[in-house]
Design a protein around this ligand. Structure first.
Ligand code: COA
Ligand code: NAD
Length: 685
């Protein structure tokens, strides 16, 4: 059956797209729409047209899989121009998400109606491009520059109600019977003298001149998010073109900017990220008919840093949560931090007071493990100590109902060993959240040796429900993310002994686009994590720093000195300590370029990533990219560590690793998979 069908409702032609899963505007859809417009034009009996979609959504955008391939006509701009040029009014009837090319189609229509649950947006910027079918020119003309700019530059969609307020949607209609509402609306406009044509409107465009402060102010508010990305600036340029140029010239400018971006590395990387996140949700070796187990009630052990954050994820998503601590004081503290976090979010407008109370109302604090008996899932976030974890798993197994899932939030420890303490190893797995757990998007789902398919699938399903990006990892020390952190940390330490300063090392990574470097990260986490005060003998730089109470941000100083606003500055004391260790090491002191520092930090991570792949601890290279982008702030516009390695060439990575090892007088420990791929000229992705 054709993806586009038409039917007559009296004098109205109803054009329906049926291209699952998201009605992407692939070639067949575009051709079908063009044919439908020709049908409407060629038949005097037709007075108006309604465009709507079957399935879960209105057109959710251009077909991303067609990017980078030779274009096959008709192009989307041609189709939209044909819609707009129709002498008979065209109504877009929107449900689900009208995104990207989908919203551009709607903007080409003369009228837009939507159900209240619909969302509308131009998310192209997130793929490293900009709307390339007139969106940057039509949207400002329809809603004004002040409303259009954030939509185009951030890519965040807006709800239908807001779209109604700003004039993007003409009418909100009932959720049911959307096509009928479309027909009724179309009938109501038949016979009007003229119909609004987005590209011809000028009434809203003159409100903000292109040289006004508005654009700089906007940049300032978005600076942190925009840093390093090329597309947002191009979006701003396109919107300015909408202000300064006639429509026909503006779309030319848009096309030109689009063409540059779509062939660039950032856009390739961001498209990779889009598909990588979706691929990560697919679990190898699980039959398609594997059931998802019902989860209604969640238990959390430990109301510390992680337990509280993990609880918030489930509370916000509407799950009943019982949280367990050992002592009343710790329990009270944990619960009050949860409340404070919610209230802080509410103050920023992210929750209403009602939502806060609803979430807190779902929380049951307890000191009695028996209260977890009827939970469907229990996640432990107690101390990172195997004996403590084993004890907890043994006890939980005896108390929590049979069939319930038992999970560990361990950062490094062996989940198989914990599972072995229970009589239900098939129901045990790792759910590794990242700090702050209510904010960070990543969830590593640790697949233990005996974890059953239904348990894994349930975890993946839950991850989606609580808004996480989940990646499956095998059992290994530190799983995917933290495991790759270790070689980077070693490389950073090694460079300190050869003459690099912590701030030089950190700068190489922040310039690359990471939120912080290894020493800033140590200061944030606390240098005394795992440090043994009683037995500390000034053997490492870290020992000495901790002994001098330079334990990181919490003591006001670590590798850096911090002022009262937690602003860091390089420390003379630390420099002297490092110099002393460097002298003792007998290693040659030299100056490192920023390029070399970056390579010495990141190439070993790629090597470790390759080992993780080789051992089957990650299902695919793109999963490793997903982990690092969502859990550690690796810049998405490079595509993640493995994609970045592909773009610079694996042979260059191998050569770099060998050179770095030689410079340190060490044997290179290069993963065979990486070496083989490099030799064959292959890539990871
Ligand atoms: N082109 C091609 N495929 C697309 C697509 C697009 N524009 N949008 C989604 N898909 C695919 C996904 O890859 C996924 O495929 P898979 O099942 O084989 O993994 C499938 O459609 C479902 O997408 P998913 O994101 O898992 O569904 P969802 O219901 O969670 O979200 C959307 C739906 C539309 C909100 C989301 O897919 C989205 O944001 N899409 C991109 C929109 C966009 O950027 N449009 C502008 C393009 S220029
Ligand atoms: P934390 O010290 O802040 O919290 C642990 C809490 O568990 C404490 O409040 C403690 O009283 C409680 N607890 C200990 N034993 C208990 C028991 N038997 N029953 C009930 N409560 C008990 O530690 P955290 O940072 O939240 O870490 C918890 C786990 O999460 C560890 O395994 C850690 O490796 C992991 N993790 C931590 C981070 C992080 O950045 N902090 C990130 C990911 C994972």
């Amino acid at each position: 059956m054709s993806v586009i069908t038409t039917r007559r409702e009296g004098e109205v032609l109803v054009v329906t797209s049926n291209n699952p899963p998201v009605n992407a505007l692939g070639q067949a859809v575009r051709a079908g729409l063009a044919d439908a417009m020709a049908e409407a034009a060629g038949d005097d009996a037709i007075q108006a047209v309604v465009i709507c979609c079957e399935g879960r959504t209105f057109f959710a955008g251009a077909d991303i899989t067609e990017f980078g391939k030779p274009p096959v006509g008709p192009s989307l701009p041609e189709v939209i121009d044909a819609i707009e040029a129709s002498a008979k009014p065209v109504v877009a009837a929107i449900h689900g998400t009208a995104l990207g090319g989908g919203l551009e189609v709607a903007l080409g229509c003369h009228y837009r109606i939507a159900v209240a649950s619909a969302r509308l947006g131009l998310p192209e910027v997130k793929l490293g491009i900009l709307p390339g079918a007139g969106g940057t020119q039509r949207l400002p003309r329809v809603v004004g520059v002040a409303e259009a700019l954030p939509m185009i530059v951030t890519g965040n969609p807006i709800p239908a109600a807001q779209a109604g307020k700003i004039g993007l949607v003409d009418k909100l209609v009932a959720e049911d019977g959307l096509a009928e509402s479309g027909v009724a609306f179309a009938r109501s406009v038949i016979g009007k003298a003229d119909h609004p044509v987005s590209s011809k409107r000028t009434d809203k465009i003159g409100e903000i001149p292109s040289d006004s402060d508005f654009f700089d102010e906007f940049r300032k508010t978005q600076m942190r998010r925009l840093k390093g990305f090329e597309a947002p600036e191009a979006c701003i340029e396109a919107v300015k073109a909408a202000i300064d140029l006639p429509y026909e010239e503006g779309v030319k400018k848009e096309r030109e900017l689009f063409g540059k971006l779509v062939t660039g590395t950032q856009s390739k990387a961001l498209r990779h990220v889009f598909f990588a996140e979706r691929a990560a949700a697919k679990i190898d070796g699980i039959p398609a008919d594997t059931p998802v187990l019902p989860v209604k009630k969640v238990g959390i052990l430990g109301a510390g840093t992680m337990g509280g954050g993990i609880a918030m994820n489930f509370l916000t998503a509407g799950y009943a949560v019982t949280i367990l601590e050992r002592e009343q004081e710790a329990l009270d503290r944990g619960v009050s931090i949860i409340r404070k976090n919610y209230e802080r979010s509410a103050a920023k407008g992210r929750f209403t007071a009602d939502q806060v109370e609803r979430a807190m109302g779902l929380l049951t604090p307890t000191l009695d493990m028996n209260d977890l008996a009827d939970c469907d899932l229990v996640i432990e976030a107690v101390f990172e100590n195997m004996d403590v974890k084993k004890d907890v798993f043994r006890k939980l197994d005896g108390i929590v109902k049979p069939g319930a899932i038992l999970a560990s939030n361990t950062s490094y420890l062996n989940v198989d060993e914990m599972a072995a303490e229970t009589k239900r190893p098939g129901s045990v797995l790792g759910l590794h959240f990242f700090s702050p757990a209510n904010v960070m998007r990543l969830l590593e789902i640790v697949r233990a040796a005996k974890t059953e398919p239904a348990v894994l699938k349930t975890a993946m399903d839950l991850a989606k429900k609580i808004g996480k990006v989940a990646v499956v990892s095998g059992v290994c020390f530190g799983f995917i993310g933290n495991r790759m952190l270790s070689p980077r940390q070693r490389a950073a330490q090694a460079m300190l002994l050869q003459g690099a300063k912590p701030w030089d090392v950190d700068k190489a990574l922040t310039d690359f686009g990471m939120p912080m470097g290894p020493f800033q990260m140590s200061d944030l986490a606390g240098l005394d994590l795992g440090w043994d005060k009683a037995n500390s003998k000034s053997e490492t730089i870290r020992d000495v720093l901790c002994e001098r109470d330079r334990r990181g941000q919490k003591t006001g100083k670590g590798f850096y000195d911090y002022d009262e606003n937690r602003r860091p500055s390089p420390s003379k004391e630390v420099e002297a300590i490092i110099d002393e260790f460097a002298a003792k090491s007998g290693l040659e002191q030299r100056v490192f370029s920023q390029d070399e520092i970056r390579e010495r930090l990141l190439f070993p991570m790629i090597n470790e990533g390759a080992k993780i792949l080789e051992e089957g601890m990650a299902q695919r290279a793109s999963d490793i990219d997903t982990v690092w982008i969502n859990g550690y702030g690796w810049p998405a516009y490079t595509g993640g560590p493995m994609f970045w390695a592909d773009t610079i060439g694996l042979d260059k990575v191998v050569a770099g690793l060998k050179a770095h090892a030689a410079a340190s007088g060490a044997e290179p420990d290069i993963c065979k998979l990486l070496e083989d791929k490099a030799a064959k000229g292959e890539t990871f992705n």
